[in-house]
Design a protein around this ligand. Structure first.
Ligand code: 0A1
Ligand code: ZN
Length: 867
């Protein structure tokens, strides 16, 4: 096999792929038969492609390949040698309109450290083909608009690989010579190569069934190592819930007789929706109360649902080209958000999603890697699995759903699935269905797909006492982003409502205002008292709102708004204004925030999960996003001072929320989750107050609890301060969970997220720990990713963190370019910092770009961050 590094290396002049260059494939491949003789060091792949000329042309057949050498090429059964290798393609001229082309290659999954194509994870052989991994397995037109039916035959050593799985349904199996066995699978649904999968390993299965609404009984299987079997129940249950939900909410039924999920420890992303054979990062499958937090349980259900939902939004209807990635990802995220909202509290789910959007997507949209939801070009498509494609993409679908209303939105998704079933579609196709079935004109709305950047909306409310009316003046601006200036106003659906400042009562109904011009004024009648405006309720548009509402008005909305999201938002804005003032001026009055937090804690009508979210201060990075120059230390100090004051002023309330008397045996119910969430937020505030007994309290919780949520919550609080209990807890935790890789990830991550001054030194030390390895993406992210996200530690004076991160990225790039490139963005934010920090960050980016033989993945991220 050729050197695996060769194909990832940055070419001298990187090849840029452009959306405008799209051309339909010259050849289609309606049928594929693969014969795979599996062996960790020498796997033989024989591919038989039935190729058909598409249209009248004399183009040769072009097959993509990476890191492999064709050992044989046959056309219609006859060996040929008149093919050429051009770049990474095998080019073969064919005389007729239909031929059978066969190739044979040898690959070494054991040596595949990129985790793309066929690779080994803990003795399991598995595949990852999205976006361009299939070309690392065999020669093929590896593009999503070539759809084929696949027949796959696998042969392997029966003792080492007793289980053989592939897409579709199993059709035959048997024993071969020399202790081998074989299995054949057939997938009747035409699919692009990125959805191909196979797995071979010594796996145990948790089986279940699901009966679809038309009576088909589907065999479900969650496949893991035998030792992990006891931790698969939650994932299986989530899968059954997701299957029922998709029938009920979108009318989508499952279409094969089996649905398998395999969990592996080494995986570049969260999971993959291969047809009928999803492959997961084990962190999104394995859970039990002792090892997984409530956050993990929720994430498992969300990712299981996400991958399942792709069976329709992604697999039955796929993407024409990778510029359309958000067609499947934005829509599927929107669908999994709806599923999760329906499992518990929709308001809390919305708050979590908006918090995530602000933490990951807004900074992306404001930085050097900003790109539209439908990008115009890329060097490496792996770099475009971003918060913009996924989460902003989901917000676009949500806005269209808001504009259409639930019935018309459902009619539009039905039309989309019907019209494009079995084909490769575009974002434009989706929007056209929304227009047609929704009876709306979305011409201007399409700008959301082509313009990057988060729109900013300014809002001022005019009211003359006694006039009986009020006027809301709105204006919008879409900021410049790399390569895009002078943008047009976008279509913003804004849910609004007025409240009377004296009575606290609503003044009229909620209104949906569609702002599509640069500015507009909206008049409200029957305004009988001084109004306060509740804006962008439910976060109906993914924008930044600049309003002139006073602290008193925000505190009023935090108490009286009837939209839970808006209530949370008012509280956050109040906190944010206070923290920004404190950062800039060195101090601020904390009284309004303390009063609002006290009221929220005291309101018995609010669910505890909501309260826990509402009383959390905005993240340090989000405070930084409000400032023209980020001063990480000043932000940290301002936030700590407010935490201390909140801790002290509301001490009795926090202690009540984390009172051991409230503990009860673990149950994964919305109510118990809420109690646990608030308990751990409260514990953090007790510690922030500086109370002498805080570490003892946290340690007692750490020891006495029966679940990871409370144990990890206590550990997080302990790790944020210096105490004997901190060291003891880290030690106990490490030894108790030695051998459980997922829990050890938490051990690394919690320390890397600590706000203490010695975190940079500790992180450097942890990188030398015997349990640290760059070969496992979860472990690398737990340490390197967490450190990059720790604003205070990463930017600590001296800038040693920048050099350390760059060194880690370069080392990781040599093994796994995709994962390395994903961890670069914290360095790319250099323009937002003071000149001394900015220069050091820039110098590290320049050093990365100048390093010979870096991957095109890392090159694209680093070079764009320098521009
Ligand atoms: N389509 C998957 C995400 C994914 C993308 C690329 C991968 O390559 C390593 C893996 C997974 C999803 O949306 O879940
Ligand atoms: Zn997805």
């Amino acid at each position: 096999m050729a050197d695996t590094r060769a194909t990832a290396a940055a070419p001298a002049t990187p090849v840029v792929t452009r959306r405008s260059d799209y051309a339909p494939p010259a050849w289609q491949v309606p049928q594929v038969a693969l014969d795979v003789a599996l062996d960790p060091l020498a796997t033989r792949v024989h591919a038989r492609l039935e190729v058909v000329r598409a249209g009248a042309h004399d183009e040769p057949l072009r097959l993509d390949g990476a890191g492999q050498v064709p050992l044989a090429v046959r056309v219609d059964g006859i060996a040929v040698n008149d093919w050429r290798i051009v770049g990474e393609q095998l080019v073969l001229a064919l005389p007729g309109d239909a031929h059978v082309v066969e190739t044979e290659v040898e690959i070494a999954p054991d040596r595949n450290t990129q985790l793309m194509g066929l690779y080994a994870s803990g003795g399991i052989l598995c595949t990852q083909c999205e976006a361009e991994g299939f070309r690392r397995i065999t020669w093929f037109p590896d593009r999503p608009d070539v759809l084929s039916t696949y027949r796959v035959r696998m042969t392997a050593d029966k003792a080492r690989f007793p289980v053989l799985l592939a897409n579709g349904d199993p059709v035959a199996a048997g024993d071969g010579a020399d202790g081998t066995h074989w299995a054949e699978w057939h997938d009747p649904y035409p699919k692009p190569s990125y959805l191909f999968a196979l797995v071979a390993g010594d796996l145990a299965v948790n089986r279940g069934t699901f009966t679809t609404r038309s009576g088909r009984v589907v065999e479900l299987g969650i496949w893991v190592r035998a030792a992990d079997l006891a931790r698969t129940g939650h994932a299986l249950h989530a899968l059954q819930l997701a299957m029922a939900w998709d029938e009920r909410v979108y009318g989508r039924e499952y279409d094969l007789d089996v649905f398998n999920i395999v969990a592996v420890d080494d995986f570049n992303f969260g999971a993959m929706e291969n047809k009928g054979l999803n492959i997961f990062n084990s962190r999104y499958i394995l859970a039990d109360p002792d090892t997984a937090t409530d956050w993990d349980y929720d994430a498992i259900a969300a990712v299981v649902a996400h991958e399942y939902f792709h069976n329709w939004s992604g697999n039955r209807v796929t993407c024409r080209d990778w510029f359309q990635l958000s067609l499947k990802e934005g829509f599927t995220v929107y669908r999994d958000q709806g599923f999760s909202a329906d499992q518990g509290s929709p308001a809390v789910k919305r708050i979590e999603d908006v918090r995530g959007l602000r933490a990951a997507q807004f900074p992306e949209d404001a930085g050097p890697l900003a790109h539209p939801v439908r990008p115009e070009s890329y060097i490496e498509i792996g770099n475009f699995y971003t918060a913009t494609i996924y989460n902003k993409g989901a917000e676009l679908i949500r806005m269209m759903a808001t504009i259409l209303g639930p019935e018309r939105f459902r009619a539009a998704t039905d039309l989309y699935f019907d019209r494009f079933d079995g084909t490769a579609a575009t974002c434009e196709d989706f929007v056209a269905c929304m227009e047609e079935a929704g009876g709306v004109d979305l011409t201007r709305f399409r700008l959301w797909y082509s313009q990057a950047g988060t729109p900013r909306v300014s809002a001022t409310l005019d009211h003359r006492p006694g006039s009986g009316r009020a006027t809301l003046h709105l204006a919008q601006k879409v900021p410049d982003t790399p390569g895009q200036t002078a943008k047009q106003p976008q279509v913003l659906p804004l849910r609004l409502r007025l409240f009377g400042a004296e009575t606290g009562q609503p003044l009229g109904d909620e209104r949906l205002v569609i702002l599509s011009d640069a500015a507009a004024s909206i008049t409200f009648e029957t305004v009988t008292e001084r109004p306060v405006v509740s804006l962008n309720r439910g976060f109906s548009a993914p924008v930044v709102i600049d309003s002139d509402r006073s602290a008193a008005d925000l505190a009023f909305l935090a108490r009286h708004d009837d939209d839970p999201f808006a209530r949370y938002e008012a509280m956050q804005q109040l906190m944010l204004d206070t923290l920004v003032a404190a950062t800039v001026e060195g101090e601020a009055d904390h009284a309004a925030v303390i009063a609002a937090v006290a009221d929220t804690l005291d309101d018995p009508a609010l669910d505890r999960a909501f309260v826990a979210e509402a009383v959390l201060l905005p993240a340090e990075s989000f405070i930084g996003d409000q400032l023209s120059i980020v001063d990480p230390e000043a932000i940290f100090q301002a936030r700590e001072a407010l935490r201390r004051d909140l801790g002290r002023a509301l001490d009795a309330r926090w202690r009540a929320a984390c009172d051991p008397a409230l503990r009860r045996p673990f149950a994964y119910t919305p109510e118990d989750k809420g109690i646990r969430r608030l308990r751990n937020v409260a514990l953090g505030y007790v510690a922030a107050s500086g109370a002498a007994d805080a570490a003892a309290l946290a340690y007692a919780q750490f020891e006495a609890t029966d679940n990871m949520t409370d144990r990890h919550g206590a550990l997080t609080t302990l790790v944020a301060g210096h105490s004997a209990e901190r060291d003891a807890a880290l030690d106990v935790f490490y030894h108790r969970y030695a051998g459980n890789t997922l829990v050890l990830d938490k051990w690394f991550q919690t320390q890397a997220l600590s706000p203490l001054e010695d975190t940079p030194a500790l992180v450097a030390e942890l990188a030398q720990h015997p349990d640290f390895t760059l070969a496992n993406p979860n472990r690398a992210r737990a340490l390197i990713g967490a450190f990059g996200a720790n604003q205070r530690a990463f930017h600590a004076d001296g800038g040693d963190g920048y050099r350390w991160l760059a060194d880690q990225l370069l080392a990781l790039d040599a093994l796994n370019p995709q994962t390395a490139a994903k961890l670069l963005p914290p360095l790319g934010r250099w323009r937002r910092f003071d000149p001394a920090r900015a220069e050091r960050m820039r110098a590290e980016l320049a050093r990365i770009v100048a390093t010979p033989d870096i991957s095109k993945d890392l090159f694209e991220q680093a070079s764009k961050s320098l521009e």
